[in-house]
Structure formats: structure tokens, C-alpha cells
Design a protein around this ligand. Structure first.
Ligand SMILES: Nc1ncnc2c1ncn2[C@@H]1O[C@H](COP(=O)(O)OP(=O)(O)OP(=O)(O)O)[C@@H](O)[C@H]1O
Length: 241
């Protein structure tokens, strides 16, 4: 792993969905070993961008390179952990059985299931059926799947939705712990209060990049310490321009 190379490099990415262009020529890089927040209002294109990075989105133009390979390359399958917005666990398997199943599909060691259950704080629900989990437990089970096999890049689409503040805090500690080990995390959220927890921010609006930098640089640029306010000022700035 070359830490000086970006984990994700996107050049002039254009994507249409339902015949309408929803990403309008995005260019940016995601540095390795950091937590990058992908922020922006509902419908701005976060999931579409994530799908393009994971390699499951048909793109109209541009280039997406992930860990030095074109997005979607078979070589990337075991290097990327991806958790979608809809939790994907089998209802009729226990949490541990779900994780053992996904571990075998991913070629991860069998005991990885218990490691990731501990990491997401779900060990006490290991024997519970997927169909009986609460919303927050389902989210954590999905996140646990994304951690299997120790991927180099972890992409999480709105991972903290519906979680209580204590759990959110614990998960952010986990994200930063992973980043400290050299793992790259790309975490989407439409909640600006999560922005302050990220090392870097990529702010999207209507399929275009509104800001790309550290929370500190965004605060400095907009002259406010409140990131929600900073976002509103950026919108005013671009609208005026
Ligand atoms: N399958 C589809 N067909 C047509 N349009 C789509 C499709 N999926 C998404 N879109 C449109 O593409 C745009 C971007 O959607 P996307 O899901 O990427 O946004 P998002 O930022 O992830 O939103 P949210 O935060 O609500 O999940 C939206 O205008 C959405 O309506």
C-alpha cells in the first residue's frame, strides 16, 4: 500500500440516472488513512457517487480509480468494504451466522465474525435472528459486514442514521481507530453536525462539488465556526456567483 497515492481518484465524472444527468463532471481525490465525509442534502448525488466508486454504477463519462485500479475491477472486491443505506442481513439467520456467511463469501477468516461484532458493539446480539434486530442494531450489523476481511477502503452510506448519540460517538471512535491503522474511510451523511468529526470533507450540492477540504479550511473560508452555517454560506456564495 502506497500511502502517498490517493485511495480514490475521480476525474470529470458524469453520471445520468433515469435519463437525467445527476453528477456533473466531478473531480477530486480521497486521501488514504483518513476519514473523508461526503456531505450534502438529500438527492444531491452522494449514493450515486458512492455507487460509481464501488463500481456498480454505469457512468456517462470520466474516470474513477480506486486503490490504483479502475473502479469495479475484480481485484478490488476484497479491498473495499461497502455498507449501503438499506441494511443487508438475512432475517432468518442469526447475526453471527450472517457474518460467518459473508466472511466465507469474502474469503475472510471465520473468526472475523466475532472480531467485527465486538468492533460494532453487537456481541450481545450475536445469537439473535436478523429479522428481530432493532433499526440501530441492523445498521451496526451491516457495518460489521463492511469491516469483514480488513478492507483497505471502507465506504459507508449514512452509517449513523437512527443511532443514539452514545453509539454514534463509539462508531466515530471506531472509524478514527481504523484510519489510524491506515484504512481509508468515506462516510456519507446529510447531517452537517457529523462533518466536524471528519478529517476531510467533500460537500456536494445538486451533483457538483461545493467544497473539498478540511473542516478547518471550510470554517476559515466561510468565516463561521458552525459547519451548518458554513454550508449555507457556501450555497449563498455559489448562488451569487
Ligand atoms: N434509479 C434512479 N432513476 C432515476 N433517478 C434516480 C435514480 N436513483 C437516483 N436518482 C436521482 O438521482 C439524484 C441523486 O440521487 P442519490 O440517491 O445519489 O442522492 P443522495 O444524495 O444519496 O440522497 P439521500 O441523501 O436522500 O440518500 C436524485 O435526484 C435522485 O432522484
Amino acid at each position: 500500500m502506497n500511502l502517498s497515492e490517493p485511495a480514490v481518484s475521480v476525474r470529470d465524472l458524469r453520471v445520468s440516472r433515469g435519463g437525467v444527468e445527476v453528477l456533473h463532471g466531478l473531480t477530486f481525490e480521497v486521501p488514504r488513512g483518513q476519514v473523508t465525509g461526503l456531505l450534502g442534502p438529500s438527492g444531491c448525488g452522494k449514493t450515486t457517487l458512492i455507487r460509481s466508486i464501488v463500481g456498480v454504477q454505469v457512468v456517462a463519462g470520466g474516470e474513477v480509480s480506486v486503490l490504483g485500479e479502475p473502479a469495479g475491477s475484480p481485484a478490488l472486491r476484497r479491498l473495499i468494504g461497502y455498507s449501503t443505506q438499506s441494511p443487508a442481513v438475512y432475517r432468518d439467520l442469526s447475526v453471527r451466522e450472517n457474518l460467518r456467511y459473508f466472511a466465507s463469501v469474502l474469503g475472510a477468516p471465520r473468526d472475523d465474525a466475532d472480531r467485527v461484532l465486538e468492533e460494532v458493539g453487537l456481541a450481545e446480539a450475536a445469537g439473535q435472528l436478523g429479522g428481530t434486530l432493532s433499526g440501530g442494531q441492523l445498521t451496526r450489523a451491516s457495518l460489521a459486514v463492511a469491516l469483514l476481511g480488513r478492507p483497505e477502503l471502507i465506504i459507508l452510506d449514512e452509517p449513523t442514521v437512527g443511532l443514539d448519540p452514545v453509539l454514534r460517538q463509539e462508531l466515530w471512535l471506531l472509524f478514527h481507530g481504523l484510519a489510524a491503522r491506515g484504512v481509508t474511510l468515506l462516510v456519507s451523511s446529510h447531517v452537517m453536525d457529523e462533518a466536524a468529526r471528519c478529517d476531510r470533507l467533500l460537500v456536494l450540492r445538486q451533483g457538483a462539488i461545493l467544497a473539498d477540504g478540511t473542516p478547518a479550511s471550510l470554517r476559515e473560508h466561510t468565516g463561521t465556526t458552525d459547519l451548518e452555517e458554513a454550508f449555507l454560506r457556501l450555497i449563498e456564495e455559489t448562488t451569487a456567483a
